[in-house]
Design a protein around this ligand. Structure first.
Ligand SMILES: N[C@H](CCC[C@H](N)C(=O)O)C(=O)O
Length: 296
């Protein structure tokens, strides 16, 4: 079972190309355990999770993403850029614009290529954010929204702006993103009963009307170097709080690098950034057999 490890701003995933079904060596039920096993840096490869690239009957291709803890997520911005680069570079995509189905909906991607026809930047139409609590999901009035809403969690007050980019995000604004113990407050917010499906936690400092700092505690993966859906959610949240102007391209500084995010006047959020290969390899058959024995 061959894999390709890639990263988007240091948010790294192990990709499996399942477009040629003959290669599909593992039962669908095994992938959560495969993600847990491979994401471990000691007993596995080490990553923030795994990504399956599959055929789709709704779009040109399909992406499924599993977090480090084995939970399957509905969207992954950095993962989408990695998948788009992989698909174009491996000649599955024959045009620079194509669509990718996620559990959170179908997204459009466009790859920018260099003189060697290798992908340098990927532009993703991440679609429209979902603001209603019932869509995030978040406890409370399902037709209500959470903008700068005060919540006491584990004795600490947070002013949360919450939304979904296909996956749930809770954003808290601060003066300095490094002044907050993310390793402590991240799991407290992630596991809060406020969020029936847990939540990705973003800490944001808006530096100007064109840029912001953002750190993330990811649902199912903990602190990562970057979160594409989270960067999108942060720009929407900052705009809703009137810290930013709609339709302006915003530079989001993440620990792993920068993304450019724009929430346009039609309601779509656009993300532009890079994706890179790390390595290629093969999963040992004994590891696959152990997973099959454990799961099936
Ligand atoms: N942990 C996320 C999925 C990965 C999202 C992130 N890596 C991105 O680039 O958007 C969740 O459970 O919703």
């Amino acid at each position: 079972m061959m894999f390709t490890k890639m990263h988007g701003l240091g948010n790294n995933y192990i990709l499996f190309d399942e477009l040629d079904n003959s290669k599909n060596e593992l039962d669908d039920k095994c992938y959560s355990e495969l993600s847990r096993k491979l994401s471990d840096g000691n007993f596995g490869i080490g990553s923030d999770g795994i990504i399956r690239i599959c055929p789709s009957n709704k779009a040109d291709f399909k992406m499924r993403i599993f977090n480090e803890d084995g939970s399957e997520a509905k969207n992954c911005g950095n993962g989408l850029r990695c998948v788009a680069k992989f698909l174009y570079d491996h000649l599955y995509a024959t045009t620079q614009q194509f669509t990718i189905e996620t559990l959170g909906g179908v997204v459009g991607v466009e790859v920018d290529v260099n003189n060697d026809n290798q992908v340098e930047y990927v532009l993703v139409d991440m679609g429209e954010p979902k603001l209603l609590k019932g869509m995030i999901p978040m406890k409370g009035d399902p037709f209500g929204v959470a903008i700068n809403e005060s919540h006491i969690i584990e004795g600490k007050e947070f002013h949360l702006t919450c939304l979904s980019m296909g996956n749930p995000h809770a954003i808290h604004f601060v003066e300095n993103v490094n002044d907050i113990p993310l390793e402590e407050i991240g799991p407290n917010l992630e596991q809060s009963p406020l969020f029936p499906e847990r939540v990705n936690v973003g800490i944001v400092h808006v530096k100007s009307r064109q840029e912001m700092d953002y750190r993330v505690w990811e649902r199912g993966s903990g602190i990562t170097m970057a979160c594409g859906t989270g960067a999108c959610a942060s720009v929407v949240a900052a705009t809703l709080n009137e810290f930013l102007d709609r339709n302006e391209p915003i530079v989001v500084h993440l620990p792993g690098g920068d993304l450019t995010i724009q929430w346009d006047t039609h309601g779509h959020v656009w993300m532009r950034g890079t994706a890179h290969y790390i390595c290629h390899g093969e999963i040992d058959r004994s590891l696959l057999s152990n997973i099959r024995r454990k799961i099936i």
